[in-house]
Write a protein that binds this ligand. Structure first.
Ligand code: CNA
Length: 242
């Protein structure tokens, strides 16, 4: 089953990986839409997670937002797992040129990958909404209630793209350029339900489009190879991590 993927990897010289929350489930971070994902397991907030993670909700109910955010979105002890390590290895081999991720956990950079387009931002970066001062993840975790700037007392907002907010232009154009230049696009661990991120796949003009996802996606019929498998299983079979 993995031979076809191995052949494609061997033939390709400009691989881009486009990923989502499923890339980090094996690091212990739940995704959104799986059975064990946050959308199915978090029920006691009175609002659907999409509502809580929206710009309007952040502005109007900042305290509840942070309560939800701290308890469901932050995993400071998570470590890169096989998918992150395999992608770093492919970069070291000169094959993988960029990672485009919807994840906000910073695990690709922690694994050592150097070209990472974070479409939805990162929980590791936080800024005061008034003076712009930067705060790290620990500051958010160690604060109580609404985190406030220690310089001007403004409210701190994570550098995470909430529902209703637009994506960063330079991140999108970097991601689009990388996808347009790629000869192979590996899409993995994403339900491809979130737009505009999922729409970036349309820019791919290369030879091999591979989809690795436990469950079906709306793009399955367009891929050259579809593997409904765990990313860790796939990557440990096709990339030598030793
Ligand atoms: P999603 O909609 O939850 O989809 C995840 C997909 O991954 C599902 O289709 C699963 O079947 C699949 N999946 C889960 N584990 C594996 C695995 N080990 N191997 C293969 N497939 C697997 O998440 P998307 O990323 O598509 O949705 C985009 C949202 C999720 C983005 O805005 C993210 O910011 C957000 N998110 C990010 C994180 C994170 O940063 N780790 C965690 C949870 C949610």
């Amino acid at each position: 089953m993995f031979e076809e993927l191995k052949d494609m990897l061997n033939e390709s010289e400009n691989i881009v990986f486009f990923g989502g929350a499923g890339v980090s489930t094996e690091s212990g971070i739940p995704d959104f839409r799986s059975e064990k994902g946050i959308y199915n397991t978090v029920k006691n907030y009175g609002y659907p997670p999409e509502t809580i993670l929206s710009h309007t909700f952040f502005m109007n109910y900042t305290n509840t937002f942070y309560d939800f955010y701290r308890s469901t979105m932050l995993y400071p002890d998570a470590e890169p797992s096989v998918p992150h390590k395999a992608l770093k290895k492919l970069e070291d081999m000169g094959k993988l040129k960029a990672i485009v991720t919807q994840n906000i956990d910073g695990l690709h950079q922690k694994a050592g990958s150097s070209v990472v387009y974070e479409l939805h931002g990162s929980v590791l970066r936080n800024n005061c909404m008034d003076c712009g001062k930067f705060f790290d993840l620990d500051y958010i975790i160690n604060s109580k209630g609404i985190p406030r700037c220690d310089a001007c007392n403004g409210i701190i907002k994570p550098d995470v793209v909430l529902y209703e907010e637009g994506l960063d232009d330079s991140t999108v154009s970097g991601a689009v350029n990388a996808i347009q230049r790629a000869d192979m696009l590996i899409v993995g661990g994403t339900s491809l339900n979130v737009y505009p991120a999922a729409g970036l796949l349309r820019y791919f003009r290369g030879r091999h489009l591979v989809l690795i996802n436990k469950s079906e996606t709306p793009f399955d019929s367009e891929a050259d190879l579809v593997l409904h498998e765990y990313l860790g299983d796939v990557f440990s079979n096709v990339v030598d991590l030793d």
